[in-house]
Design a protein around this ligand. Structure first.
Ligand SMILES: C[S@@+](CC[C@H](N)C(=O)[O-])C[C@H]1O[C@@H](n2cnc3c(N)ncnc32)[C@H](O)[C@@H]1O
Length: 254
């Protein structure tokens, strides 16, 4: 992947990580494993979440991702963690190698979330935690003004065309139960809309959205949605909510 594309992705991942920060705070506060314990992030991308966890919660973090260019970017960007190229389907680690294993916006993108989760469980110590920190469910998307609702349907189709599962979020708790985890807790992130908008952020969101929708909607229709969206954000009346689920579970002591 080109450096410019990686930088754009990195900025997007940084923004997404701000939306989900509260749940990391809550989960890491509650598990009471901190200090130089070992953490793995599967699907670490440009390293945003691994870097935050190693710096904020003092874990020794490793990130693993199938995309070698993202791994190289993460290494440059975050000297506090270790980044490796590898597949979550078949993690290159011994059983029980980590205290905590997490993923963040990963499972919707993979063909076999069950296999990834089994691998995450395998490499976690008995008594350690496995966490899916954010998995969206586009089937529950809420838009206002109502004229913008067709964007949600088109986005679902675009994700399916890209091989993703837009409904992964609602399956998360079931996936954690199937993986034989215990003390499972799962839930949804809340939403909050403030009066002001960040125009650069909005433009960047639209750049990605317009690209995703380009095969599904005519260009003038996309442009009309973009205009209505911008106006509503500026008036402070826009509501956009994509339910984003999390789950955490503990590996049994046996
Ligand atoms: C949406 S990005 C999220 C990146 C990062 N977790 C974040 O939230 O900033 C998903 C990442 O998962 C990686 N990925 C997809 N399938 C994977 C697999 N089977 N094993 C490891 N990484 C995978 C992709 O290359 C991509 O970097």
């Amino acid at each position: 992947m080109q450096q410019e594309t990686l930088e754009r992705l990195h900025s997007r991942y940084l923004v997404q990580a701000t939306w989900t920060a509260s749940i990391r705070e809550q989960l890491f506060d509650s598990i009471q494993i901190q200090g130089k314990h070992k953490l793995l992030e599967v699907g670490s991308g440009t390293g945003v979440v691994s870097a935050e966890i190693s710096q904020r919660f003092s874990f020794a973090s490793i990130g693993i991702d199938t995309d070698c260019s993202a791994v190289a970017f993460a290494r440059n960007n975050d000297p506090t963690s270790l980044y490796l190229a590898g597949d979550g389907d078949n993690l290159p680690f011994q059983p029980a190698a980590f205290d905590v294993v997490v993923c963040h916006f990963l499972l919707l993108w993979v063909e076999n979330p069950e296999q990834i989760l089994d691998e995450m469980v395998r490499v976690t110590k008995p008594g350690g935690w496995v966490m899916a920190l954010a998995e969206p469910d586009y089937g529950g998307r809420i838009d206002f003004p109502l004229e913008l609702e067709p964007i949600g349907q088109a986005q679902i189709q675009a994700l399916i065309n890209q091989g993703a599962n837009p409904y992964l979020g609602r399956t998360l708790s079931a996936l954690f139960h199937s993986a034989q985890l215990t003390e499972i807790r799962s839930g949804l992130l809340g939403g909050e809309w403030q009066g002001s908008i960040n125009k650069d952020q909005l433009e960047s969101e639209w750049e990605t959205l317009a690209q995703d929708l380009s095969d599904l909607l005519p260009a003038d229709e996309i442009e009309r949605f973009r205009r209505i969206d911008h106006e509503a954000w500026e008036m402070g009346t826009r509501v956009l909510f994509v339910p984003t689920f999390y789950a955490a579970g503990r590996v049994p002591f046996i």
